[in-house]
Design a protein around this ligand. Structure first.
Ligand code: NAD
Length: 359
């Protein structure tokens, strides 16, 4: 039976990069590699302009009946004067929360062809292939009590609460172990168990789950401050990193910057029933509408969809290999341009991936 993919192009460069990704996905259908049909929905500023809300109920309903969602990006200066409650970014936070997407996967891979784009030395970053698994629906961003109160003496006090329950820790840890099993079998759990009780519980739950269900894998623990250093000092030591929401927020940005090319980095956000795939970059208003955005992060996000939602890992491999071939052939959008390479725009880059798939 045909599966429905909901495309949410969003704002800025979103429509341009989603269109190129759709070309690739339609190719997999024509080849008989997947049985998919596509729907397009509204989110972000585009949804606000059309309906007065950044996350229309119809988008949410369609997301819940789709096999997976592919999102471009949301936001832009046009909507910055709006109240926070209707800003484009609320649409994104809203859909993640409504779909209960608790597990955020951010791979950080350095393509050999682009290793010089990193601000770190080639010998440090070359060959890195890290998967950061970040818990996405709990921790200090959601814990209560929270807020700012005025003390009797007039001073103000800000408060946020870091909270995790055993089930919240266990489900994301389980995802990380399952992913590690399909990779190099190594999980590093990052916490601050020396000073934060909440993360002491994190360490206990991860350790117990490892002993019970995943003792064939290698588990290590690292304090978050050390992890931040080790990511720069020797990033190749990592395979899968699993961590909570706030540590993951910071470490996944740090890991992605090892690669030096924001236009190349995909992500997946998974729940028990739903999944959403998107590039890690934003809507890039500075280059929107010019046909120069790099579509590869979004195409790689679609590859993750074939792997994690559609259970078609061989198709994911093929798309990823086609991208390596395109880079070998010297095709470059402006953000990854290097001397002597072939400068192409968004659509020509999509066509190059298509040609590499066909070739
Ligand atoms: P951004 O990621 O949009 O852009 C940062 C820089 O990277 C810009 O110079 C941009 O041109 C470049 N860039 C980004 N993606 C690129 C691509 N595919 N190809 C070539 N160059 C690319 O971040 P920003 O400028 O801080 O934010 C712009 C808007 O995007 C804001 O409204 C922000 O809120 C929103 N945003 C959305 C998401 C999301 O939808 N997930 C994430 C981050 C920011």
């Amino acid at each position: 039976m045909s599966q429905t993919i909901l495309l949410l192009p969003g704002d800025g460069i979103g429509p341009e990069i989603v269109e190129e990704t759709r070309k690739i996905m339609e190719w997999t259908v024509r080849q008989g590699l997947a049985d998919l049909q596509f729907e397009t929905g509204l989110i972000g500023g585009a949804a606000y302009d059309a309906t007065g809300t950044p996350l229309p109920a119809e988008t949410l309903t369609r997301a819940k009946t789709a096999a997976a969602v592919l999102l471009g990006a949301v936001g832009g200066p046009k909507w910055e004067p709006l109240d926070y409650s209707v800003r484009p970014e609320r649409g994104l936070l809203g859909i993640r929360k409504e779909l209960d997407l608790f597990c955020n996967l951010r791979p950080a891979m350095v393509y050999d062809q682009l290793a010089d784009a990193s601000t770190l030395k080639r010998e440090v970053v070359s060959g890195i292939d890290i998967m950061v698994v970040r818990e996405l629906t709990s921790d200090i961003y959601f814990g209560t009590p929270r807020g700012v109160e005025t003390l009797p003496d007039g001073r103000k006090k800000g408060l946020n609460s870091m909270t995790y329950t055993t089930d919240e820790i266990e489900r994301v840890a389980r995802s990380a172990f399952e992913i590690a099993r399909k990779r190099r079998g190594k999980v590093c759990s990052v916490d601050k168990a020396n000073v934060l009780e909440c993360t002491e519980l994190w360490r206990q739950v991860v350790t117990a789950l490892h002993q019970k269900e995943f003792s064939d894998l290698a588990l290590s623990h690292m304090y978050v401050d050390n992890a931040a250093m080790q990511l720069i000092r020797n990033p190749r030591q990592f395979d899968v990193i699993v961590t909570g929401n706030i540590f993951g927020d910071i470490l996944s940005d740090e890991a992605s910057m090892l690669t030096g090319s924001i236009g190349m980095l995909p992500s997946a956000s998974l729940g028990t029933r739903y999944a959403l795939y998107e590039p890690i970059h934003g809507s890039a208003p500075d280059i929107a509408g010019q046909g120069v955005a790099n579509p590869l992060a979004t195409i790689l996000s679609a590859a993750m969809m074939y792997r994690y939602s559609l259970n078609l890992p061989a198709v994911a491999d093929r798309i990823e290999q086609a991208i390596v071939r395109v880079l070998d052939q010297g095709f470059r959008t402006p953000d990854i341009m290097q001397p002597g390479m072939k400068l192409v725009g968004t659509s020509a880059m999509g066509d190059a991936v298509l040609a590499a798939l066909e070739g």
